[in-house]
Write a protein that binds this ligand. Structure first.
Ligand code: SAM
Ligand code: SF4
Length: 380
C-alpha cells in the first residue's frame, strides 16, 4: 500500500498578484464567506475524510495556498492538530507551510514550531523592487531575509520560491535575486519560469502591449545560469524546478506527489489522489461550506485512472526527477521506444549512461525541453 500524505489548501490572499490563477480569493471575492469559518469547515472535512478513508498515518503534511499565513498562527496549529487527531502524523514527518514574507514574525513562527511545523517555504519571487512591482507582489523584499533568519534560528528547514522571466526582467536583475536568495543560506530553493496564464491580469496587460511578452530564450539562459550558480553553492537539482542542499533538504511532500503516492487534499479546490482515484474539491469557499454543512465530502465525482493513464501520469511526473523515469514504463507505452530513446540520447536530451541502465534522466538541455522529451518518449 502507498504511503499517505496530506495537503491543506488555504484559499485566501490579501491581493491577487497579476500573474496568478490559483484558487484563491481576496476579501471582496469571498462573496460573504467569512475567513473565520475556515477551521470549523476544515474540521468537518477532515472528519468526513477519516470516516471514508479510515485512520492512515500521514507521512508528510503541506499547507499551501493562497496564503496559509493569513490565518492566525493558532488556527494553523489547530488545523494540524485536527489532522494529527484524525489520521496521526508520523514522528519524522515533514510539516511545511507556505508563508508570504510580510505575513509572519517571530511570535507567529514560534506558535507554528511548537505546533509541529518544521519547514517553511517563503514566496520570495524576486529581490528587485521593479520586478516585484511588475508581478504586483506587495511584500517588502527585506522581509524575506529577516524571516528566513528567524525561521532558521527557531529550527525550521527553509526554502524560498523564485520566479524568473517576469516581463522586462533583465539577466542582471535575475542574477541579483539569485545572489540575495543564496545569501540567506536556505536549505532549499524552488525556481519557476513565469507562466502567462490565460485570464489573468498579466495576460491582458501583455495582450494590450502594456507589458512585454516574456522572452523564452532569456528564460532558458536564466535557468542555466541559476543551475550553475546553485551547483557552485552546494545545491543539487532533484526536480526540474527544485534544488536542495543534500537529500535531507529535499521536499519529501513534493517527492511523494511526483512519485504518485496517495494524498488527500483538504480545503476549497484541493486535489486528491488515493488508490488510483483522482478527484478535486469544489472551488469556491461558499460552495465548499454549503456541502460540508450537508455533511457531504466537498468534491466532484472524480475518476478512476486506467492503467495506461496511470503509466502516462507516472512518466510525466517521474521524468521531472533527478532519478528519472524507468524505461520499462516507456516500453509499455511506446512501440518505437528503442528509436525514441536512441534519438534522445544522440541529441543529448537524456543521459546516455543512465539510458544504458534503464532510466531516462534529463540532461541540462533536456530539462529545458522536458515537454518535448516526454512527448518523444511516449511516441506522441
Ligand atoms: C500559488 S503560490 C502560493 C504561496 C504564496 N501565496 C506565494 O505567493 O508565495 C505558490 C507558488 O506558485 C508560484 N506561481 C503562481 N503563479 C505562477 C505563474 N503563473 N507562473 C509561475 N509561478 C507561479 C508563486 O509565485 C509561488 O511561488
Ligand atoms: S502568487 Fe501567492 S500571494 Fe499571489 S495571488 Fe497567488 S497565491 Fe496569492
Amino acid at each position: 500500500m502507498s504511503t499517505f500524505h496530506g495537503y491543506v489548501h488555504v484559499p485566501f490572499c490579501k491581493v491577487r498578484c497579476g500573474y496568478c490563477d490559483f484558487n484563491t480569493y481576496t476579501a471582496t471575492e469571498l462573496q460573504g464567506y467569512p475567513q473565520t469559518a475556515f477551521i470549523a469547515n476544515l474540521q468537518v472535512e477532515i472528519e468526513l475524510a477519516k470516516q471514508s478513508e479510515g485512520k492512515r498515518e500521514l507521512q508528510t503534511v503541506f499547507f499551501g495556498g493562497g496564503t496559509p499565513t493569513l490565518l492566525p498562527a493558532n488556527e494553523l496549529a489547530e488545523a494540524l492538530e485536527l489532522l494529527r487527531k484524525n489520521f496521526g502524523i508520523a514522528g519524522e514527518a515533514e510539516v511545511t507551510t507556505e508563508a508570504n514574507p510580510d505575513t509572519v514574525d517571530e511570535a507567529y513562527l514560534r506558535v507554528l514550531k511548537e505546533a509541529g511545523f518544521n519547514r517553511l517555504s517563503f514566496g520570495m519571487q524576486s529581490a528587485v523592487p521593479e520586478v516585484l512591482a511588475t508581478l504586483e507582489r506587495t511584500h517588502n523584499p527585506a522581509a524575506v531575509a529577516t524571516n528566513v533568519a528567524i525561521a532558521k534560528r527557531l529550527g525550521f528547514q527553509t526554502s524560498v520560491d523564485l520566479i524568473y522571466g517576469a516581463p522586462g526582467e533583465t539577466m542582471e536583475q535575475w542574477q541579483e535575486s539569485v545572489r540575495v536568495a543564496l545569501a540567506m543560506e536556505t536549505d532549499h530553493i524552488s525556481a519557476y519560469a513565469l507562466i502567462v496564464e490565460p485570464a489573468t491580469k498579466l495576460a491582458r496587460q501583455i495582450a494590450s502591449g502594456e507589458k512585454p511578452q516574456p522572452d523564452e530564450d532569456l528564460q532558458a539562459d536564466k535557468y542555466e545560469w541559476l543551475d550553475s550558480e546553485l551547483a557552485k553553492a552546494g545545491f543539487e537539482w532533484y526536480e526540474l524546478s527544485n534544488w536542495a542542499r543534500g537529500a535531507a533538504a529535499t521536499s519529501k511532500h513534493n517527492i511523494a506527489y511526483w512519485q504518485g503516492r496517495d494524498w488527500w487534499g483538504f480545503g476549497p479546490g484541493a486535489h486528491s489522489h488515493v488508490a488510483g482515484r483522482r478527484w478535486s474539491n469544489v472551488k469556491h469557499p461558499t460552495t465548499y461550506a454549503k456541502m460540508l454543512a450537508d455533511l457531504q465530502i466537498p468534491s466532484t465525482d472524480g475518476e478512476i485512472l486506467s492503467s495506461v493513464e496511470i503509466q502516462e501520469e507516472r512518466a510525466m511526473l517521474e521524468l521531472r526527477l533527478r532519478e528519472g523515469l524507468s524505461l520499462e514504463v516507456v516500453k509499455g507505452l511506446n512501440e518505437n521506444h528503442a528509436q525514441s530513446i536512441s534519438e534522445l540520447v544522440a541529441s543529448k536530451l537524456i543521459e546516455g549512461k543512465d539510458a544504458l541502465q534503464g532510466r531516462a534522466v534529463l540532461t541540462l538541455q533536456g530539462r529545458l525541453l522536458a515537454d518535448f522529451v516526454l512527448r518523444k518518449l511516449l511516441g506522441l
